[in-house]
Design a protein. Structure first.
Length: 301
């Protein structure tokens, strides 16, 4: 099988591991910088061009789209879809996962556990917004933030009001969520491929920090999930139509709650913490689906 791996850099750990796993299983992989692709949008014969050559002989695409380039990256993925090429995550699913507000709304509609979350536009409504989530302390998130950037813990009501006013003064869209104190600065990354969790790790924030992202100095270890946590992760991926997803869960007093779903989850932390060959699991999924011409049914929303 010939697979296109959409990635900005061949040297990135996740890109390298996916390429190695595919080649070990006898596939041909081409790493394509999606920002250098250009498209011929013509009725009945859509094309994706790269380095003056058409990318018209691929059977599957693995999108590794950075959040910064979501708009153009998903346009490239969508063009492959128009060419009837199998993609591990389709363009609509990627867009859903990147829009934190839409993601939360879709998960809420499916009855999936979430932290109490508020969203507003006018600073005049701050009191009501804070009351919705139970008052301080609260977590304030920029909708466009990634890897813990743009996430602030406001421990007092005054601090929360100041942060919200500052963000709204910059015309930034924000979410306000209850602070799950009992999580103790840790979360669980569940790596979903297809309809099952193939690996899971617990991430612990460094002392003095509440964000557990490994990029911010957090540590990781293998963890055994409860049946409810496993079901929550799979249901989350399904609700967003993601075939490959990193679902981040907190253990709260009222059960597992979903913080985020990542459509291009990194492999380095999860593989090193668990010893699971996650890259190979993704390639196996492609083998079982792309060769059969399986088309994923998109959920509404």
């Amino acid at each position: 099988m010939k697979i296109a791996l959409l990635s900005r850099k061949a040297s990135l750990y996740s890109t390298r591991r996916l390429r190695e796993a595919a080649e070990e299983r006898g596939h041909v992989v081409k790493i394509v910088d999606y920002l250098r692709c250009y498209m011929d949008i013509t009725a009945n014969r859509p094309k994706v061009m790269y380095q003056a050559e058409p990318l018209d002989d691929f059977e599957a695409v693995i999108p590794r789209i950075a959040s910064t380039w979501t708009f153009y990256g998903t346009a490239v993925v969508r063009q492959f879809e128009m060419m009837n090429v199998f993609t591990t995550n389709d363009s609509l699913a990627i867009s859903r996962s990147r829009d934190k507000l839409r993601c939360m709304q879709l998960l809420a509609r499916k009855g999936i556990g979430l932290p109490v979350t508020g969203f507003a536009h006018a600073t005049k409504d701050i009191d009501g917004l804070l009351n919705i989530v139970g008052g301080a302390p609260v977590v304030i998130k920029l909708l466009e933030g990634t890897q813990g950037i743009g996430v602030i813990l406001a421990e007092t009501r005054k601090a929360a009001e100041a942060v919200i006013e500052a963000f709204r003064g910059l015309d930034a869209n924000i979410l306000v969520q209850e602070y799950i104190k009992e999580a103790g600065g840790s979360d669980i990354r569940c790596f979903v491929v297809g309809d099952r969790v193939v690996a899971a790790m617990k991430r612990q924030a460094k002392p003095g920090e509440f964000r557990s992202n490994i990029h911010r100095g957090g540590s990781a270890e293998k963890i055994k999930l409860t049946p409810e946590e496993r079901s929550t992760a799979v249901r989350t991926a399904k609700a967003l139509s993601l075939n490959v997803a990193g679902v981040d869960i907190l253990r709260s007093n009222h059960g597992p709650v979903v913080m985020e779903a990542n459509s291009s989850p990194g492999l380095e932390g999860i593989e090193q913490a668990t010893g699971v060959n996650v890259a190979s699991k993704i390639i196996e999924f492609i083998e079982k689906n792309a060769e059969k011409g399986v088309k994923k049914i998109r959920s509404k929303g």
